[in-house]
Design a protein around this ligand. Structure first.
Ligand code: IPE
Ligand code: IPE
Ligand code: MG
Length: 258
């Protein structure tokens, strides 16, 4: 049924891609996929283009990745778009990145709505330019009743800050009698994080050959399957996503058991 639905919707899919999708749909797909979209700057540099050209190109990949994830029945796709450390970058690059949500949603929001995608954001909103936040909040509002893929942008997100804030909130709730120390367990602590409404990622993908987490979902990734590729984000194709999911399906998750 799902297979038919996918193949019906993706008429332009090539035969090899279609075969891969069919194969993948025979096994469970990860419920939550998180991606560290890295390598935009190097992609541009290789072409003697300014770094921002790489960020612009990366937008199309966000669109294609979202559509395929939605078609495959993945429930949540969290995309690391800007870290709390990325403010260290040159002003013009940061300003450009902060314009991308408007451009992305300006172009693709109707398609996201049509495909039942729900747009979300996690990260520190206060430091974001008003125009950036406004574009995201508009998309969140217009997609809030959608029931398909949750497209969750991690924007001005940092995991250590997130954990510290959760600890402070826990202390506060404890002081005010809302939460007893004996009630605090992993599940309750998770509910204080920005990911309170999502399951932990089953699969983490990082592009560009860097083998690190760069302050991304440190608590949530405790038992995720990790998949790294040298491919730079603007070159990340539907085939690469399928390859990562196929690798995930061949992993044996033990969660400490045998
Ligand atoms: C990822 O690409 C996008 C952001 C961090 C905003 P980079 O801009 O980090 O690209 P590289 O790592 O310099 O190639
Ligand atoms: C991680 O990439 C952040 C995002 C992809 C948004 P970076 O390019 O900032 O990571 P480092 O600096 O190489 O660790
Ligand atoms: Mg980088």
């Amino acid at each position: 049924m799902l297979k038919k639905f996918i193949l019906g919707k993706r008429q332009k899919t090539t035969p090899t891609l279609r075969d891969k999708i069919e194969k993948i749909n025979k096994l469970p797909v990860p419920e939550h996929v998180a991606i560290i979209m890295d390598g935009n700057g190097r992609w541009a540099k290789k072409r003697a283009l300014p770094r921002i050209a790489g960020h612009h190109e990366g937008m199309k990949v966000v669109r294609n990745t979202t559509m395929l994830a939605n078609d495959l029945g993945i429930k949540t796709l969290t995309l690391y778009a800007f870290s709390t450390e990325n403010w260290k970058r040159p002003k013009n690059e940061v300003e450009y990145i902060m314009k991308l949500p408007e451009e992305f949603l300006g172009t693709f929001l109707p398609e996201l709505i049509k495909n039942n995608v729900q747009v979300k954001m996690m990260g520190y909103k206060d430091q974001l330019p008003v125009h950036t936040l406004r574009a995201i909040e508009k998309a969140m509002e217009e997609t809030k009743y959608n029931t398909g893929l949750i497209l969750n942008f991690a924007l001005n997100y940092g995991s250590r800050a997130e954990i510290l804030d959760a600890v402070k909130q826990v202390l506060n709730d404890n002081k005010n009698g809302i939460l007893k120390e004996t009630e605090l367990d992993e599940k309750v602590f998770s509910s204080y994080l920005m990911t309170a409404n999502y399951t932990d990622p089953d699969l983490l993908i990082r592009t560009s050959g860097e083998i690190r987490l760069s302050n991304f979902m440190l608590w949530q990734l405790a038992y995720s399957e990790l998949w790294f590729t040298d491919v730079l984000w603007p070159d990340f194709s539907e085939e690469h996503l399928l390859e990562a999911i196929e690798a995930f399906q061949n992993r044996q998750r033990r969660f400490g058991g045998i």
